[in-house]
Design a protein around this ligand. Structure first.
Ligand code: PMT
Length: 413
């Protein structure tokens, strides 16, 4: 069965020549069982008519008229830009012109399409199409990078001959390529719908004077990728993050903290109401005993003695909960590959976890700050799964698939 069956796809068409390919795309989406609604910008109507798209999608095309949003067939009260955003499982901007990318990036809401994107926390995929010089322009590239950082998917463009006679990147992906990407996106379906997941991510900073702190190299990328993956699968995600420079994944509730005590307090407030807890944060094990917050160490001192005291173990406090304990997953940043599994297993037992995910941070491109990772999933001494190196978002999906199976087996739904 097609994994597009009964999926709601909101197609947003902007004014580029490649708009003539959209009727074919919509026809294919409907053939796969998807429900399609269409919004067009004013300029898009010069390239493909609303009537054609209405006939193919089976619904009137939504558009702005004189600045007032109207839908002649809509009888009930319906706030279009908000309700359409809620309805969609995916907002697909195709073709996306340089102008549309720029407007989405700066948060404009001056037509139905941009207002809907701004009002929605659903997944947005952008399929750029433009002249190759426009595509390569630094402002367009900056807009694309910003959108990508925000978790918006950028699909394409292809390279090749353009209508204007030039060669290069800027051609819209073909409908069949777009269908494959959408299909990949929905491969996990909404298998975590209704499940509440709390995730800790990033480092903590433990201050010892007014300008200095103890911390580590965690970027938050692993924890944020898990949050994004869980949210894509329909989970209700709360992300408790230490200080990082990352955009919040769509539809995720984020709570920012600085130090381990704040992280512990925030976890404590919500954990009883979670089904799954994943501790991916690199929490400082120690903090300075005394904080010289009003002062700053003199730089001419030959020696400074700093006493460190143990921090509360956040995940241990979750793992040992008697009442309403969520299914609990920890991470272990390990260096020694020989003892990696046994070391991580000891942590799993001490903290009373359902699963611990060990990563070998001494390997190149693994662990802290990297785009990818590989993980050993240690369920017990006898059962260890290995997830080979991949992008953190893909590793996260694989991890969640395994976690979900075990979680369901333990009958916690
Ligand atoms: O953020 P990135 O740059 O993407 O890097 C990802 C990562 C390497 C930080 C991540 O993959 C990872 O390994 N996170 C756990 C790092 C860690 O702190 O490991 P640990 O062995 O010290 O702790 C074991 C577990 O106890 C972890 O789940 C940790 O969150 C938890 N812990 C530790 C100490 C403490 N006081 N409270 C805790 O909850």
């Amino acid at each position: 069965m097609s994994n597009l069956k009964n999926k709601n796809i909101l197609v947003g068409i902007s004014g580029g020549i490649a708009a003539y390919k959209v009727p074919d795309l919509v026809r294919r989406l409907r053939k796969k069982g998807a429900e399609v609604r269409i919004i067009m910008t004013e300029l898009a109507k010069s390239f493909v008519t609303p009537l054609v798209l209405q006939a193919i999608s089976g619904y009137p095309v939504l558009q702005n008229q004189n600045g007032i949003i109207i839908d002649r067939n809509q009888k009930e009260s319906f706030i279009q830009h908000i309700d359409l955003g809620k309805w969609a499982d995916l907002i697909l901007l195709v073709p996306a012109t340089a102008d549309l990318l720029a407007r989405i990036n700066i948060g404009m809401a001056n037509d139905l399409l941009t207002a809907t994107c701004l009002a929605s926390c659903k997944r947005i995929a952008v399929v750029p199409s433009m002249n190759t010089q426009m595509y390569q322009a630094s402002t367009t590239q900056k807009n694309i990078n910003e959108l990508r950082k925000r978790g918006i998917l950028i699909w394409g463009p292809n390279d090749g001959e353009q209508i204007c006679g030039e060669y290069g990147f800027g051609r819209m992906l073909e409908p069949i390529q777009i269908i494959n990407l959408i299909s990949n996106l929905f491969q996990y379906d909404q298998d975590m719908k209704g499940i509440r997941v709390a995730i800790t991510a990033g480092p903590t900073q433990e201050k010892f004077d007014s300008i200095r702190f103890l911390s580590n190299y965690s970027s938050g990328k692993m924890g944020f990728a898990i949050a994004q993956a869980a949210s894509e699968r329909g989970a209700k995600v709360t992300l408790i993050s230490g200080p990082v420079h990352l955009e919040t994944p769509p539809c995720v509730k984020r709570i920012d903290v600085i130090n381990s005590l704040e992280m512990y307090e925030e976890v404590k407030k919500i954990v009883e109401n979670q089904d799954i807890f994943i501790g991916c944060a690199a929490v400082s094990d120690y903090k300075p005993e005394r904080q010289y917050l009003e002062e700053k160490f003199k730089s001419n001192l030959k020696k400074i003695k700093l006493t460190l005291v143990k921090n509360i173990d956040i995940i241990r406090s979750v793992g040992k909960m008697i009442k309403n304990r969520p299914y609990t997953v920890g991470f272990a940043a390990e260096i020694n590959s020989e003892d990696l599994i046994s070391n991580a297993h000891v942590k799993k037992i001490n903290k009373n976890l359902d699963l611990i995910c060990a990563n070998n941070i001494s390997l190149k491109n693994h662990g802290f700050h990297t785009e990818g990772n590989s993980l050993y999933l240690i369920w017990s001494k006898e059962r260890v799964d290995f997830l080979p190196y991949d992008l953190k978002i893909r590793i996260s999906h694989q991890l969640l698939s395994k976690v979900l199976l075990d979680y369901e087996k333990k009958n916690r739904r």
